[in-house]
Design a protein around this ligand. Structure first.
Ligand code: URA
Length: 279
């Protein structure tokens, strides 16, 4: 028996370990074939005999010898951050913002995600919870915090009398990073204008960044969640000051249940603040 036989289970395990844990399409896509097709097209163009000996320059027609641009994916740069900011400003309500984000093609995360995860809950609620990014379940369902950590989040909210009709929930990133990897700083900066405009349009009284990554992004700090959680601070969004209380991520609490008492302190603090601000 050949020792080189490929064991499909081992291949799948190897993929899963590398973070490739979701099928994006029913049929496989041969990305090498895409490149071959693009190259073949550019060869055909180059081989076509020129009718005029001198190529005609045209401001809006590319030269036949111009390199063929790949379909749409490019490596994002800082200019994309500016484009995201311009587009975010154009949204005059949440429905428009959702549309703008769904059709934005400047963040590479979008191309490996199945859904654009915008928000869930009551957009008129005084409390807005903001996580880091969708995970596998959120990507599959198109809603934030619906997997195991979302279920714990629901129980945490229920413990202070809240549910998805009385809070609004979103994430810093609307697209799942492949294999739940940590988003790059550039990916986060590209998506920042969207969440900032989202906050501005929803206009909550209180924001709870859920987990360290969300807290660091919203508070523009490098401090860790253990020093940020449980302390009230505020951020300016669209000329309004909004109270902020970072708390621990439920995924962390599932791994480290001993820290639930800290989350409980945060929840009580949120409950009191809501009573002050809305009572
Ligand atoms: N973790 C997050 O930060 N957000 C989600 O939506 C799900 C898990």
């Amino acid at each position: 028996m050949s020792t080189n036989a490929i064991n499909p289970r081992e291949v799948l395990a190897w993929y899963a370990e590398a973070g490739v844990d979701t099928a994006l399409h029913d049929a496989p896509i041969d990305r090498f074939a895409e490149t071959r097709e693009l190259l073949a097209k550019s060869e055909v163009k180059r081989e076509q005999p020129a009718r005029n000996t001198r190529p005609q320059a045209s401001p809006d027609k590319p030269q036949a010898s111009a390199p063929v641009q790949p379909a749409q994916r490019t490596i994002p740069d800082e200019a994309v951050v500016g484009r995201a900011a311009d587009l975010a400003k154009q949204a005059t309500n949440l429905a428009e913002l959702r549309e703008i984000i769904s059709s934005f093609d400047g963040c590479n995360l979008k191309f490996t995600a199945r859904s654009t995860v915008f928000a869930d809950g009551n957009h008129e609620a005084p409390l807005m919870l903001i996580g880091e990014a969708p995970g596998r379940d959120e990507d599959a369902q198109g809603l934030p915090f619906v997997g195991p950590s979302g279920q714990l989040l629901d129980r945490m909210l229920a413990s202070i009398g809240l549910d998805r009709t009385s809070v609004y929930i979103s994430n810093i990133l609307p697209w799942r990073p492949p294999g739940n990897r940590t988003p790059t700083p550039l990916e986060t900066e590209i998506c920042r204008p969207f969440i900032e405009r989202h906050i501005e349009l929803a206009a909550p009284k209180i924001i709870v960044p859920v987990g360290g990554s969300s807290a660091k992004t919203l508070l523009k700090t490098t401090s860790g969640i253990m020093s940020l959680r449980g302390r009230w601070t505020s951020i300016e969004v669209g000329g309004r000051s909004i109270s902020v209380l970072p708390t621990l991520h439920p995924a962390y609490l599932l791994r480290t249940p001993g820290h639930k008492k800290r989350a409980w302190q945060d929840l009580l603090s949120i409950k009191n603040k809501l009573a002050d601000q809305t009572g």
